[in-house]
Design a protein. Structure first.
Length: 329
């Protein structure tokens, strides 16, 4: 199998607003109980305020339902290595031998823990489980599903360092719903979360990589429905869902994305380039269109193509809002 696309290699900028009608406003105090566990809602609210970082626009934090007990966010920050084991070019996960990759990831997690000592850090392996392809393949879907044995390997690796796992899909000519269904059995594992990449959703029949694709709120809600059903049917803590974004049109009708107690939605700033360009992408496409939580992606190579250093944890923890999901490619 030849990987035709490097994936997630562009950058842009955009705007934001909050729709309180998408979910009921929660009370300021109280406890939510489920399965014998409780959610410390006072701590949850306090940590949401910390995440909002003195936002003055009224957009952050986003109003919505309390999550089920066991929620990762906003109680923690997740620091992930992204990639695929078939390629050394798609990210740090796959580029480095496992011992070196572990060492680098845990070192990054430690840097983040020191930069914001109020927020514990959990490492994660973010694995591209379906990769967009430049050729149609046997079923004409322009995507290649990774062997389950390779997914099993990633989960076993994660267990070695007590890390979380994200399974990510680039759908090509398939759909977010169809590709999520294929991986549903893995989602029964409480440590396995999910990611979807609008860049490679080719709704107009284009070849992946020829144009930047998009997901609608309906596409994203299809995935949320699947994740929520797995959580409810298996009495699990909430799933995190990462949605990549670096242009205005990659996510359409963001106000219609549903918020439910079973799923925590992260819009991940996925653009690469120098600091000023990444800051513009953040200001124009992530901050003005709030969904729930935010992430920030750092490229060890592409961010340095025009010179200059990567953003540091110390710099990013001062962003408004503070990103709670950090991804290294």
């Amino acid at each position: 199998m030849g990987l035709a696309l490097a994936g997630c290699n562009s950058s842009g900028s955009q705007q934001n607003g909050v729709d309180s009608a998408k979910a009921d406003t929660v009370a300021a105090k109280g406890e939510k109980k489920a399965g014998g566990a409780t959610l410390d809602t006072a701590d949850y609210n306090k940590r949401l305020a910390h995440m909002a970082n003195k936002d003055t626009t009224g957009r952050w934090p986003v109003k919505g339902p309390y999550p089920l007990p066991g929620a990762i966010l906003p109680f923690n920050r997740v620091v992930a290595y992204y990639g695929n084991l078939y390629s050394t070019k798609m990210g740090a996960l796959g580029e480095y031998p496992k011992p070196e990759m572990f060492k680098r990831l845990l070192a990054e997690a430690d840097r983040w823990a020191k930069a914001d000592s109020t927020t514990p850090v959990i490492p994660a392996l973010h694995y591209i489980a379906a990769t967009a392809q430049g050729a149609p393949g046997k079923d004409g879907k322009y995507r290649y599903r990774m062997p389950f044995a390779q997914i099993d390997t990633i989960i076993n690796w994660a267990n070695e360092i007590n890390a979380l796992v994200f399974l990510d899909i680039q759908v090509g000519h398939s759909s977010a719903k169809a590709e999520t269904e294929v991986l549903k059995e893995y989602l029964k594992n409480p440590k396995v979360h999910f990611g979807i990449d609008p860049e490679f959703s080719m709704k107009g029949g284009e070849r992946p990589g020829s144009v930047i694709g998009h997901f609608t709120a309906s596409d994203i809600n299809d995935v949320i429905d699947i994740l929520a059903s797995v959580v409810k049917e298996n009495n699990l803590p909430p799933k995190m869902l990462v949605v990549h974004r670096f242009t205005q049109n990659m996510i359409k009708n963001y106000k219609d994305i549903k918020l439910v107690p079973e799923v925590q939605v992260i819009i991940d700033m996925d653009g690469w380039g120098p600091k000023d360009l990444k800051a513009g992408t953040w200001r124009h496409f992530i901050v003005p269109e709030p969904v729930q939580f935010t992430g920030f992606k750092l490229f060890y190579k592409n961010d340095l193509k025009k010179g200059g250093p990567l953003y540091t944890p110390e710099e990013l923890v001062n962003f408004t809002p503070r990103p709670l999901y950090i991804q290294y490619q």
